[in-house]
Design a protein. Structure first.
Ligand SMILES: N[C@@H](CCC(=O)N[C@@H](CS)C(=O)NCC(=O)O)C(=O)O
Length: 230
């Protein structure tokens, strides 16, 4: 297979670069500049009408949605997804938990906590509390099993790429020991470290007290807020 990854330094992008690194597959990278709106241009919309990264093109076949890309790669490589029906179902359950829960909630927490022009405390609290509730569900599961589907796999990669940005969303991770153990174990994997460098390291710092103002400005531009409004 000839793989080309269209991506940006974001949680959803990193899911795919980490999976590709874990699988040892070779791939070409196209960095998409989200602040410039490249993801909304006609040539990009031709491979993803939703105008978002990541997109994987495999021998000319374009795949959008990070969860679908992870499944495609796992099925083709025979890696990072169990074949035993119950273990496979667990992997799909926790993968969908991420794409339907963690991703949207943390994404909105970021928008309203970091970038929205007006202060809307009730909205911020709602998304942060929902994020925390989802983290507690992960912690509960990780108290039963080392990884979400038993063995390390695509469900862990998908959830971890968002959980690691908790500080940026303002979500409290204290008192979740199983989540902390799992987070540290995944962070230490060499393929994960390599994947986090594709297409480049994120400007989001682990220490949320020192946000990079240029990155915040770029995100506000992407979301359509002018400097004056912000
Ligand atoms: N459900 C999609 C979400 C993808 C997504 O939200 N990508 C963000 C970066 S993490 C993006 O491309 N944002 C640019 C935009 O919305 O214009 C997936 O899992 O692939």
């Amino acid at each position: 297979m000839t793989l080309k990854l269209y991506t940006a330094p974001t949680p959803d992008g990193y899911k795919v670069s980490i999976a590709l690194e874990e699988m040892g597959l070779s791939y070409a990278v196209v960095a998409v500049d989200l602040a410039k709106g490249e993801q909304k241009q006609a040539d990009f919309l031709a491979i993803n009408p939703n105008g978002k990264v990541p997109v994987l093109v495999d021998d000319g076949f374009a795949i959008m949605e990070s969860g679908a890309i992870l499944l495609w790669l796992a099925e083709k490589s025979g890696m990072l997804l169990p074949t035993e029906p119950q273990a496979r179902s667990l992997a799909l359950q926790w993968l969908m938990f991420q794409v339907g829960g963690i991703g949207p909630m943390m994404g909105q927490a970021n928008v309203f906590h970091r970038y929205w022009p007006e202060k809307l405390p009730a909205v911020v609290t709602r998304y942060q509390a929902e994020g925390r509730r989802l983290f507690a569900a992960l912690d509960h599961r990780l108290g039963e099993a080392e990884f979400l589907a038993g063995d390390y796999g695509i469900a862990d990669i998908a959830n971890w790429c968002w959980v690691r940005t908790a500080k940026w969303s303002g979500i409290d991770t204290s008192g979740l020991p199983h989540l902390a153990r799992w987070s540290a174990a995944i962070a230490a994997r060499p393929a994960v470290v390599r994947g986090l460098g594709v297409p480049e390291k994120s400007a989001i710092k682990d220490d949320n007290s020192t946000p990079d103002p240029r990155m915040v400005e770029r995100m506000r531009t992407m979301l359509g807020f002018s400097r004056r409004e912000a």
